[in-house]
Design a protein around this ligand. Structure first.
Ligand SMILES: Nc1ncnc2c1ncn2[C@@H]1O[C@H](COP(=O)(O)OP(=O)(O)OP(=O)(O)O)[C@@H](O)[C@H]1O
Ligand SMILES: [Mg+2]
Ligand SMILES: [Zn+2]
Ligand SMILES: [Zn+2]
Ligand SMILES: [Zn+2]
Length: 355
């Protein structure tokens, strides 16, 4: 049984679909990022997952229990025991100190214990701010109080909405390391974020557009493969357009994987300014390496293993992942620096190749 199962969840406001028949599952201990443009339904989804809001249609099951079947008090109890919320806005009580705000969350859970609340604040680096009011804390410090408050009850599920939205780099790094600790401790973490650095730390990303799930990007270790494939697609599209710049609309891959394109831009491989997609020199080099690796692998399978032309392409895709630039050059040299793949497409030159 999945830890969380979202089944056909729709949230409608009049004619507007904040969520439109969204379905996915989350396993226990998973760290998932939810990305998508403003207004795409991310906060709505998070609120429904946390039982703060109810879907117009569909169901959310947590450990097999349908949240909408719980009574109001049952749901409040469930939230207090299982879920830690970190909101887009801080939701701290302004007239309570940091430690009192944390104790308040404990109070709803069980008995308030000041020493424990102080420990939680020390854990987020606020040991010297225990008795400050929210108005006496910076935005980053307030966010860290929220995190301490969310973690005090050892929740199985942590839901965070834009936790680094207004933080400087130092606080962002602190918050990120706290998320990675929650994950290591075995909690299930779901973070809504615009921040590509946070999104790529997560194991899995889902992307919302107009309330629809348009992409589920799987597991971080597959990301490199995904990056390679998209850079190759951009390179090919650029070639097909005779080197003219591409609009994002002209590239079907862009619409299917926006979040990943933004990660590629954040990593310096793509330039996405002005509604256009262009490879940076670094991106172009990576795309060329990907293509070279693929075509050299095809040549190897064809010449050395006598493989059929029809299955070469698929087979090369299977083995190219293990080739790095050095091994590619060794194969290239062994094959006497072939200029084309068996289909006649040019192989980009490598460091090993004579001019
Ligand atoms: N209470 C409400 N009444 C009417 N419409 C709403 C309500 N709450 C949200 N919406 C609409 O639902 C859509 C999704 O809103 P939501 O807050 O989930 O977006 P979001 O992805 O979190 O955006 P952001 O990145 O700006 O926080 C938006 O079009 C929003 O205007
Ligand atoms: Mg939001
Ligand atoms: Zn091929
Ligand atoms: Zn080929
Ligand atoms: Zn060579």
């Amino acid at each position: 049984m999945a830890f969380i199962e979202v089944r056909g969840v729709t949230k409608r406001y009049g004619g507007i679909y904040a969520l439109n028949h969204t379905s996915f599952t989350v396993e226990r201990g998973e760290w998932m990022a939810v990305v998508g443009p403003s207004g795409s339904g991310k906060s709505t989804l998070l609120n429904i997952l946390g039982g703060l809001d109810e879907p117009t249609e569909g169901h959310v099951l947590m450990e097999g229990r349908d949240l909408s079947r719980l009574s109001g008090p049952e749901r409040a109890r469930f939230r207090a025991e299982k879920i830690g919320f970190i909101f887009q806005t801080y939701h701290l009580v302004p007239y309570l100190t940091a430690v009192e705000n944390v104790m308040l969350a404990q109070y709803f859970h069980s008995l308030a214990d000041e020493a424990e609340a102080e420990d939680a604040l020390r854990c987020v680096g606020l040991g010297d701010r225990l008795h400050h009011l929210p108005s006496q804390l910076s935005g980053g410090e307030q966010q860290r109080v929220c995190i301490a408050r969310a973690l005090i009850n050892q929740p199985a599920l942590v839901l965070a909405d834009e936790p680094t939205g207004s933080l400087d780099e130092v606080n962002e790094a602190i918050v990120m390391s706290l998320f990675s600790r929650m994950h290591r401790e075995g909690r299930t973490v779901i973070v809504v974020t615009h921040d590509p650095n946070i999104a790529r730390m997560a194991e899995r990303r889902i992307e919302l557009h107009h309330g629809r799930l348009t992409e589920v990007t799987i597991l971080a270790h597959r990301e490199e493969e995904l990056f390679d494939g998209l850079l190759r697609a951009v390179w090919k599209a650029q070639g097909a357009s005779g080197g003219a710049s591409l609009t994002t609309d002209a590239l079907p891959e862009f619409n299917a994987s926006r979040a990943t394109f933004h990660l590629l831009a954040a990593g310096g491989w793509l330039d996405l300014s002005g509604g256009r997609v262009a490879l940076t020199p670094k991106g172009e080099q990576r795309a060329l390496n990907v293509i070279r690796r693929h075509r050299v692998a095809e040549r190897l399978l064809y010449e050395v293993f006598g493989m059929d032309k029809e299955i070469l392409h698929e087979s090369a895709h299977k083995i190219e992942g293990i080739l790095n630039p050095q091994s590619t050059d060794r194969i290239c040299t062994y094959l006497n620096h072939p200029r084309t793949c068996p289909h006649g497409d040019p192989i980009p030159r490598g460091a090993c190749c004579p001019n």
